[in-house]
Design a protein around this ligand. Structure first.
Ligand SMILES: *Cc1c(COP(=O)(O)O)cnc(C)c1O
Ligand code: SF4
Length: 317
């Protein structure tokens, strides 16, 4: 993470792009800085201002334009915070925002305005959350999210996992992460050991939006996670300019199943302020999913969903 590219000028320079080819948003960049780790940068095609990987990380001018209905907390996270950093939105599972950092900054992120500084920073500060989980025996699953939970050092992660595993009625650990994709070297032996040694069934949900995000190193990081006993799923976001056609989606979902990762969700974009230029009309997504049913096996087709604030689950589209 220390060597990541942290501003648009460097990003442009390293990719051989000049300011005639891209118009940037300094306002967007000031709100949510550029952050692109080198292993991800190496998969972006130099000289192509429309590269689908680049568009996910580059603060385009369109971010500065206010769009009606695009707001700071589109999914109502702040209303369901039960103790600091704990979201209990859906029956049976809770989500812990264990880290405010990410190893990449995705411009369309629905938590780009989340007040991470208020979330707990130490195991001690998490105790109210662990007690909340202890007191509700309907909670069978704990999701580690963020930010990216794998930005935590392994020792902290291990302590959190062990504390969760000490609660009898919790059966499953879920980790929502993009780190094995953007810095595949993050999947260390120590990390695998944490997953293989816990009594909890471990589900790792990756976040990959385009087939070209998966190179040989990512395939290896996925294999290491699988060998550690984790079950792997993927969530993708439908994004204009990135994966908004049936062939791009076909290639993504087929590549995922070839790597033994199940496409879980395809998300309709959450309407976050600064993200409007990524939105794809809902009807197009529905049509592409219907078309893919004629091209791919059923297990390669994710559920197309949207998060509607106040609902008891993601809403199938
Ligand atoms: C999306 C989400 C979950 C997980 O939902 P699943 O349908 O189980 O994947 C859990 N908690 C929160 C707060 C969420 O936003
Ligand atoms: S990795 Fe996830 S949480 Fe982090 S910026 Fe990207 S979408 Fe947001």
């Amino acid at each position: 993470m220390k060597t990541a590219v942290r501003d648009s000028a460097n990003l442009m320079r390293l990719l051989g792009l000049d300011s005639n080819q891209v118009s940037l948003s300094s306002k967007g960049e000031a709100q949510f800085p550029v952050f692109v780790p080198l292993p991800y940068l190496s998969r972006i095609r130099p000289g192509d201002p429309f590269d689908p990987l680049l568009l996910q990380v580059m603060p385009q001018y369109a971010e500065s334009v206010d769009a009606v209905g695009f707001v700071e907390d589109p999914v109502g996270d702040l209303k369901v915070e039960k103790s600091p950093g704990l979201l209990h939105k859906y029956p049976g599972r809770v989500l812990m925002v264990v880290s405010g950092s990410c190893a990449i900054h995705c411009r369309y992120c629905f938590r780009r305005h989340f007040p991470y500084e208020l979330a707990p920073k130490s195991l001690q500060q998490w105790e109210p959350t662990f007690r909340y989980i202890e007191e509700d025996d309907s909670i069978h699953e704990v999701i580690l999210s963020g930010g990216d939970p794998l930005t935590l050092v392994d020792s902290t992660l291990q302590s959190i996992v062990e504390r969760i595993a000490s609660i009898d009625h919790v059966q499953r650990l879920r980790v929502h992460t993009r780190l094995p994709v953007v810095i595949p070297q993050r999947v260390t032996d120590t990390l695998c050991e944490i997953f293989s040694s816990t009594r909890l069934a471990t589900w790792v949900v990756l976040h990959i939006n385009h087939a070209r995000e998966i190179d040989g190193e990512v395939e290896q990081s996925i294999s290491r996670l699988r060998n550690a006993g984790a079950t792997l799923l993927n969530q993708a976001v439908l994004l204009r300019g990135v994966n908004d056609n049936v062939d791009a989606l076909h290639q993504l979902f087929e590549k995922l199943v070839d790597c033994n990762v199940s496409p879980y969700y395809l998300h309709q974009l959450d309407r976050v302020a600064g993200g409007a230029h990524f939105e794809v009309p809902l009807e197009l997504g529905q049509q592409w999913i219907a078309d893919l049913r004629k091209r791919l096996p059923g297990y390669a087709i994710p559920l197309f969903v949207q998060e509607i604030a106040g609902e008891e689950s993601k809403t199938a589209l």
